[in-house]
Ligand binder design. Structure first.
Ligand code: GAR
Length: 208
């Protein structure tokens, strides 16, 4: 069983998609061993607890500086002994020490077709605001392994989603979630849990 820890910041709809997929058996060989949020009062923690998954918050507000927060976050992840760390709407920069220790074992979902609309400052609704400002006709979502550079790690999977006339950032965000994110992220976990995807020399290798 792949021990999976999910890191979240907000509403947790991607977390819910993972919980539901494990419960439905479309993600197999996977045990959700913990959920960590950087935020104390988020819906994600409730979602985890209702599914019987241990859930805790590690908030930067409780630490004197960033280094101490980073250490506490890494210690909490270590405690759960994950095989895979999933960033499901975790809107905090990952401590470099975590990237190093869990190299090839952290994945992230991003709400655009990387390399468009990604990197520093592109997170959550902002991504969709920028996509609409630019007037793109197609956007989507990307699941990728996490490396030190923000949104720069090897791509596991992408799914395009059409922009429609009159879209607001909120409407587009919801469509990208429904048509791409909630499908791609559980699928990537299942692929990793069942040995269909791994990372080798910085490249994603897919078993035939
Ligand atoms: C999702 O759209 C996710 O792709 C995005 O935040 C949202 C979280 O929603 N992540 C990023 O922008 C990471 N750069 P959720 O809490 O409902 O899953």
């Amino acid at each position: 069983m792949l021990r999976v820890v999910v890191l979240v910041s907000g509403g947790g709809t991607n977390l819910q998609a993972i919980i539901d997929a494990v419960a439905a058996g479309s993600v197999t060989n996977t045990e959700l061993v913990g959920v960590i949020s950087n935020n104390k009062t988020v819906k994600s923690l409730e979602r985890a607890r209702s599914a019987g998954i241990p859930a805790v918050s590690v908030s930067p507000k409780d630490y004197a500086d960033r280094d101490l927060f980073n250490e506490a976050l890494l210690a909490k992840v270590d405690e759960l002994q994950p095989d895979l760390v999933v960033l499901a709407g975790f809107l905090v920069a990952i401590p470099p020490a975590m990237v190093e220790r869990y190299s090839g074992r952290i994945i992230n979902i991003h709400p655009s077709l990387i390399p468009s609309f990604c990197g520093v400052g592109y997170y959550g609704l902002k991504v969709h605001e920028r996509a609409l400002e630019r007037g793109v006709k197609v956007t989507g979502a990307t699941v990728h392994f996490v490396t030190e550079g923000m949104d720069e790690g090897p791509i596991i999977a992408q799914k395009p989603v059409l922009v429609e006339e009159g879209d607001t950032p909120e409407v587009l965000q919801r469509r990208v979630m429904e048509q791409a994110e909630w499908i791609l992220l559980p699928q990537a976990i299942d692929d990793i849990a069942n040995g269909r995807i791994r990372i080798e020399n910085g490249k994603v290798v897919q078993a035939q």
